[in-house]
Design a protein around this ligand. Structure first.
Ligand SMILES: [Zn+2]
Length: 124
């Protein structure tokens, strides 16, 4: 379940909003229907947090799927890119799209943007 942190521009409080799927998140973002749970304002700014802190030299290949998911949902592109790079070394070499995604993540591109550019290869 995707979860994103927001700061409310109306009351200034931070909150975490949960979405059933990335589709729901996209729809809510497009319609600006996400609301501050404190004051109900729709004037929200997404905050990128390092939800999962990667220690230097973290061994991604030994992570379980739940930990990987938390890195993905942490929204830190470089971290996700590093994880892909480490976990999917062979896949990246044989699949140009995978390699491109990994490269762009490591350069700091937003996963959502890459996903859109590549025609939505990431699904729930
Ligand atoms: Zn508010």
């Amino acid at each position: 379940m995707p979860a994103y942190d927001y700061r409310c521009n109306s009351c200034g409080r931070k909150s975490t909003l949960f979405y059933k799927s990335y589709k729901d998140y996209d729809a809510a973002t497009a319609a600006q229907s996400s609301a501050c749970p404190h004051c109900g304002s729709h004037d929200l700014t997404r905050v990128i947090n390092r939800v999962t802190i990667a220690k230097p030299g973290r061994n991604y290949s030994s992570m379980n799927s739940q930990e990987m998911l938390s890195v993905l949902e942490g929204g830190n592109s470089r971290e996700v890119g590093d994880m892909f790079h480490e976990v999917g070394g062979d896949a990246a070499a044989s699949d140009p799209a995978f390699g491109e995604i990994t490269d762009r993540l490591r350069k700091g591109d937003a996963p959502e943007k890459i996903d859109r550019d590549l025609g939505g290869t990431t699904t729930e």
